[in-house]
Design a protein around this ligand. Sequence first.
Ligand code: SF4
Length: 473
Amino acid sequence: MNPILLINAHGPLHGQAFTCVRFPLVLGMLGAQAAAAGYHCELLDFAAHGYDAQAFGAHVAEAAPAMAVVLFETPAAPAAHAVAQAVKAHCPGALTVACGPHATALPESTLRQFPSFDAALTGEPDETFAELCRAVDQGLAPSGIAGLAYRAGGQVVVEAPRPAPDDLDALPRPARVLRPPQAYSGTFPVHFLQRGPRLCAVEVETMRGCPYNCSFCAANSCAGSNTRFRSVSSVTAEIEDLVETFGADTIVFTDPVFVLHRPRVEALCEQLRRMGVRWTCRAAPHLVDEAMLARMAGAGCRHILFTIPSGDDDVLVRVNAPFTVDQARTAMAAARTAGIPTVEARMFVGAHPSETRAQVRATWNLAQALAIDVLDARLAVPLPGSPLYLAMAKRSLILENQWVRFVPWGADPPWRTEHFAPADLARMQAAMMRAFYQNKARRRARLRRLMSLCSWRLENRIMAQYINSLPKA
Ligand code: SF4
């Protein structure tokens, strides 16, 4: 049986400071499905380790894959297509398959715009891919597979969406052996750096779906709003296995909102404390309080990320955020008091197209007032699949669909808002980050909290690189 290549495409921010490259769990899950169907798989991660077109072409020619699945987000779409072109050039018989949030949101236009892709997986791809593997093995056309888009007779056919799997415990665990955690050492962001031995960080998914519908977020286009949870025993068994097999000491929970179900968080904390691993997760301000955060800190939570799209309550309502500015303030302070060493806030410029200068200032004022260690101020990217994309496209605020420029920082975006031109948006984002990280009092406070000169210097070096890469004021 010819092998399957699972490929993570490289985006325009590849290799830049303040970016975080992690094992592509989705490809790990597809690897597990392919293995169950009898295929040998190989995982190539160009997002982590760069893309060498010549070496890749030679590799494809030698491997002669039956199928190549390319995972990508919106800004990596052109790079993903270059990978698919290379596959076709060196192994014309291989089926090339697009995968990820962009292909899910725009399956038909992805196949029309990028002719070297034969098919696209949409939604949660586990079972769709398992069915596709069986079809390819039997030499059948990929027709009639729910969740798939493909070409037939010069047309693009988009099959009906596949219902998301309900029982997450029944899914096979990601095939991490395809690219062990050690291959990702050094690709984690600055806020994971703590005193102690080198990290062995591993991603774990404990739930899928998010009940909220923040307008700037495209998460629901893949996993929907129906939340499904793995059992605590299943998550615990997986982490125990990761510790034993790979020496994992840090768990990166990839869940959209880890703290959604309090009794479950408490039960997981009990197990995490027993296992002695450190971990990081994403949370929403209105779902936490000091008691819960203290429990999490005591169970090894070293970093927590809150997405606070704006410092203005009116904007929060408009973007459908399920909390208020006051709740954000209270949650950050509680996380600090509870003893979580690194509290991060992700905030946006242009969260809503009607945002005014006063509202941007309110966001900056909140960033300064919050008890946070890391600020990730970004441009709100109107990603296909998000309500923001639809709203901005309808109002002709997206100037061009030049996907490679759909990035949260680093250049003038290809969109504008009602009150700001692209260059204004980029300038305000850069100014926020520059002011936050060049604040001497904040840097001194950070050193006190990190209690490690080495980590502090490294963090400052990475942030200086990042600041230098931003558009000048
Ligand atoms: S930003 Fe977070 S809470 Fe809001 S819809 Fe996306 S995943 Fe859910």
